[in-house]
Design a protein around this ligand. Structure first.
Ligand code: FES
Length: 565
């Protein structure tokens, strides 16, 4: 990227004059064609390509976030566009002592077609910028500088292309005014003959065959390894909500989640830097090897206990029970969240409690197997609604659910996420009731309580039963609101404080002050018969399917309409 930047800056000098770009290119060549510059540049290029191909081989699953697909696609395309440029400049200079000075480059590139040059420049730049962005975005300081970085990222190629256009046109004008200019300049620059151009294209083709061959080798080696691992049998990964997925030994847990379509946070894309994929490992953890140096460093940074591991780094060889510790939509700020806050930290957290109405009556007279089946379907549906909204299922208690919002977001975002989750749960419940109506004598109903307030967040429990959870008045109040939904015959009770912090108007719903046991002052609550009637805070997929219902993630605390899917 440093090379690309200096190259683009040199292009941009043509906006001043051809002399300026020529002088700039002397400096550029003096740096990058010196022995240290050459070693640095080509070692970086080769290391980058080899590591990228090795990573392609190591991937057990090709399912990945869109940005990564784009990034890898651009990376693989670059050599096909760039090879001829490198051979025709550096290669000709080294082998045939051609002076690849800028005015001649402009004349040549202009004749070949400026479009190719433009595409090449943009491919390199966008690929590099995506890489830098996803590398740096977990750094706390990056949040403050990224708007400026974005401006620079747009300006630099803009100036480079403008310089290229101005320089190219200027050379065209010179050639129009002096028909002998090109001949004289090519002679002075020792510009290549037809044979030498054949040499350029031969070498370009040779390099591209080699590169294509390496891609085929990497993909072929993946296939062979896959066949071998398949023969070795599968490993079961069990998630907190009862979901189980089978992965091939050698796959990371994160790759397993992706392959099974289970949302899992991974801000750095599985590079072992961000820690957002962190999981608590339960039964089966004894078969895992201890963390390697890189993983250990990240775990130390976030202060974990020894049963916390990075899902992108562990490759289970035996069945394993896991609990993701951050919501699937955790953002870069979560990479700084300490897992083990020791004595705990006080935070404003939105708390959601939900419970199935008349569950005991429904369970009566059923086979235990049926009850477990219905409950697991219910937990899965509600869990995905909560996580889809950005929350985190804290625990399942009998047929009840406790969820937290705001572990890694601002309180205003957390409150809106909690409302989005309640609405999503209501839609999901309707879907579930339709899907399993043959198993039910009457549709499942839920009561949901939502409140926000300061709570102590910390790791609590003992040994394997330890997890990050919250205690405090807000938790008790949310639980009481859920119980009070029975009294009001409503699906949802939302504390006035939560609605106010979320900056969501619930004026159309009945409001009442209620007394909460243990609190001196009454609490204002909105009584919402059906949570589907809440104002739409997120976009809903038009055809909800089980497990794919997703509400959009609220992006900014001061803009309730700014939505990112
Ligand atoms: S995905 Fe970033 S550390 Fe695992």
């Amino acid at each position: 990227m440093v090379f690309a930047m200096s190259h683009f800056l040199t292009h941009a000098l043509a906006l001043h004059s051809l002399d300026a770009v020529d002088a700039g290119s002397d400096v550029f060549r003096a740096v990058w064609r010196s022995p240290p510059g050459t070693i640095l540049l080509y070692a970086a290029l080769i290391a980058h390509m080899v590591l990228a191909l090795f990573k392609l081989y190591r991937r057990r699953s090709l399912r990945m976030p869109l940005w990564e697909v784009f990034q890898i696609g651009l990376g693989l395309a670059i050599p096909f566009w760039l090879a001829v440029h490198v051979v025709a400049t550096r290669g000709l200079n080294e082998v045939y002592d051609v002076k690849d000075i800028y005015p001649l480059q402009f004349a040549w590139v202009w004749a070949e077609g400026a479009g190719r040059q433009t595409v090449m420049l943009l491919l390199v730049w966008i690929h590099g910028c995506i890489g830098l962005h996803f590398w740096l975005r977990i750094q706390p300081w990056y949040h403050n500088v990224w708007p400026l970085a974005l401006v620079l990222a747009a300006l630099l190629p803009g100036f480079a292309l403008a310089g290229f256009t101005v320089g190219g046109r200027e050379v065209q004008a010179i050639m129009a005014g002096d028909p002998t200019w090109l001949e004289r300049a090519t002679a002075a620059g020792n510009w290549p003959s037809k044979d030498e151009w054949d040499w350029v294209y031969r070498n370009e083709r040779g390099f591209l065959w080699l590169f294509s061959g390496l891609i085929v080798v990497a993909l072929g080696a993946r296939l062979i390894r896959r066949r071998r691992e398949r023969l070795a049998g599968k490993v079961q990964i069990r998630y907190l909500d009862g979901t189980t997925t089978s992965i091939e030994p050698g796959m990371t847990v994160l790759e397993g989640s992706r392959a099974a379509g289970i949302p899992h946070a991974s801000v750095c894309g599985g590079r072992g830097r961000c820690s957002t994929c962190r999981i608590r490992v339960g039964a089966g953890a004894e078969h895992l090897p201890p963390p390697a140096d890189d993983e250990a460093k990240v775990l130390k940074r976030i202060g974990t206990a020894d049963y916390v591991r990075l899902a992108c780094q562990i490759r289970p060889v035996a069945d394993l029970e896991i609990t993701p510790l951050l919501p699937a939509m955790a953002g870069p700020s979560a990479s700084q969240t300490q897992v083990n806050p020791g004595a705990g930290a006080e935070r404003q957290i939105a708390v959601l409690f939900a419970d199935i109405r008349a569950f005991t009556r429904m369970a009566e007279g059923r086979l235990p197997f049926d009850v477990v089946f219905i409950l697991n379907q219910y937990f899965k549906a509600m869990g995905s609604a909560i996580e889809g909204a950005g929350g985190r299922v804290d625990k399942f208690i009998g047929d009840g659910i406790m969820a937290l919002f705001g572990i890694d977001t601002e309180p205003a975002d957390a409150c809106r996420q909690a409302l989005v989750a309640a609405q999503a749960m209501s839609f999901e419940l309707d879907n579930l009731n339709k899907e399993i109506q043959a198993e039910l004598t009457e549709p499942l109903k839920v009561g949901i309580g939502l409140h926000v307030g300061p709570v102590i967040v910390g790791e609590m429990g003992h040994r394997q039963a330890t997890s990050v959870t919250a205690i405090g008045d807000a938790v008790n109040v949310a639980s009481r609101l859920e119980v009070a939904t029975k009294e009001f015959g409503a699906q949802l009770l939302v504390s006035e404080r939560l609605a106010r912090l979320a900056k969501v108007s619930l004026d159309g719903f009945k409001k009442q002050d209620i007394t909460i046991r243990g609190r001196q002052r009454p609490l204002g609550v909105y009584i919402i018969e059906d949570a589907k009637a809440l104002p739409i805070l997120g976009e809903r997929e038009t055809k909800p399917r089980r497990g794919t219902f997703r509400f959009a993630r609220l992006f900014r605390s001061n803009d309730t309409h700014q939505i990112v899917r």
